[in-house]
Design a protein around this ligand. Structure first.
Ligand SMILES: [Zn+2]
Length: 167
């Protein structure tokens, strides 16, 4: 099994037949200069690859369906897992959530993984109006809009991001 690692996975020490994207290497270096990525790469424990455009598009499609706020780096990590048919290692719920939608196996680095898919919804703390996207303040009453998790079952309309998937 190929393991595709995000920065948290590498920092927590999970490096075993690891694969990642160049942006993660930079994030880990920004986090701590103590990490000697070069020796990991030289020893063959960590491989650095670019995901395909096609896989990035499929992941962006899934992110759009769950309303997750994944960074570009996160998207590319998940896309590389699609390309390599590997397992994502990440403690990030957003990443795990998108993996669920795309049927990509994942392991959490140190944290328990999720068991259900959830979708973000954005709720005004004043009038409780719900929005499908992030807002600074509610256009109706001016109160703060907070992000909250809504548990959902995996629905038919959440599939279809993977090319060649039976629908
Ligand atoms: Zn409001």
């Amino acid at each position: 099994m190929k393991y595709i690692l995000d920065a948290s996975a590498i920092i927590s020490g999970f490096v075993d037949n690891g694969y990642t994207v160049p942006e993660v290497i930079q994030e880990v270096k920004d986090y701590s200069s103590e990490f000697t990525m070069e020796s990991l790469i030289a020893s063959g424990k960590l491989h650095v690859e670019e995901p395909s455009e096609k896989a990035v598009g499929e992941v962006e499609c899934a992110v759009g369906k769950t309303n997750d706020t994944l960074s570009d780096t996160d998207v590319r990590v998940v896309a590389l897992a699609l390309d390599l048919d590997g397992c994502v290692v990440s403690g990030d719920y957003g990443i795990q959530n998108v993996c669920e939608v795309l049927d990509i196996p994942y392991e959490s680095a140190g944290v328990k993984g999720i068991e259900e898919i959830f979708q973000w919804e954005f709720v005004c703390v004043g009038c409780e109006r719900k929005y499908g996207h992030a807002l600074k303040e509610c256009p109706f009453c001016g109160n703060r809009v907070v992000r909250r998790r809504r548990r959902i079952q995996k629905k038919a309309n959440m599939t279809g991001c993977r090319k060649g998937e039976k629908s």
